[in-house]
Design a protein around this ligand. Sequence first.
Ligand code: AHR
Length: 312
Amino acid sequence: MHRCRLVVAVFAALLTIGAARAQTIGFAQVGTESDWRTAFSADMKAEAERRGIHLLFSNADNDAGRQLQAVRGFIAAHVDAIVIAPVVVTGWTETLQAAKAANIPVFIADRAVDADPGLFVARIAADFNLEGRLAGAWLAQATRGNCGIVELRGSEGAEPTIQRHKGFLAIVSQFPNMRILKSVGGDFTSEGGQRAMSLVIQETDGLKNVCAVWSHNDNMLLGAIKAMHEAGLHPGRDQLTVSVDGVPGIFRAMLAGDANMSVELKSDIGKYIFDVVQKYLAGKRDFPKWVLIPSDLHTPADAAAMLSRRGF
Ligand code: AHR
């Protein structure tokens, strides 16, 4: 009888260990192009640590082909789940089909894919189109619908670039005297924004007739502000600025009088992402296809509060 009890006890212990086995999740991140991206990566790693998740982290360095390879690697490693922040929206169908064939659930985070929604479980992301609309509406109100605009675009083919442009245009196109005079790519980096703005300053004879700069993220705008200062211009005053992310640097620029508005993109979204992943792995399905992360708008009026809230 004693031996029988011992066997049952060992079996029960093995079951418990099995159930408590750390989950292995592959995370295919875009890169390190902006302060927001860096904050998001840090949050994902910290949240995985908090939950005892074994996170396989890959950084595609903004290279779509490298990111596809990383996801293939997660499939070959038979991870429990895959989270992807897609560099670009296109080219995902085959790889997502391979994950489905391997019975590995995929979750899209931050950005989006242009693929059959049946190929991924859920998307956890903000509404980039709304961010563009908020920026357009704030600028229309600030300029009474009368403004020539320079647009700094993010990485070509990325969902935030596509949707922020569309959302912004949906609003400003309603005002006959609001027009995008120049739209230049800056790849979401500070260096890209500085390079783009230097070019525009030359092409517009020192931003003549430019009343505002609309940047798809804060880092490109911070680079543009540098270029404007070097040209003896006064961003935030002679040219209003609107951007997205709400990183600490933009709040400092606001306090210095160099920036006017940023739509915050929350970077501490690891908890929402892993909540959905772990619910799914536990057999639960009580979550929507798109877990929407809210966006709110910040100006110099709350820049100091935002910096202290973030502990900066
Ligand atoms: O996908 C979100 C965007 O990607 C952020 O606005 C930008 O900073 C990052 O490069």
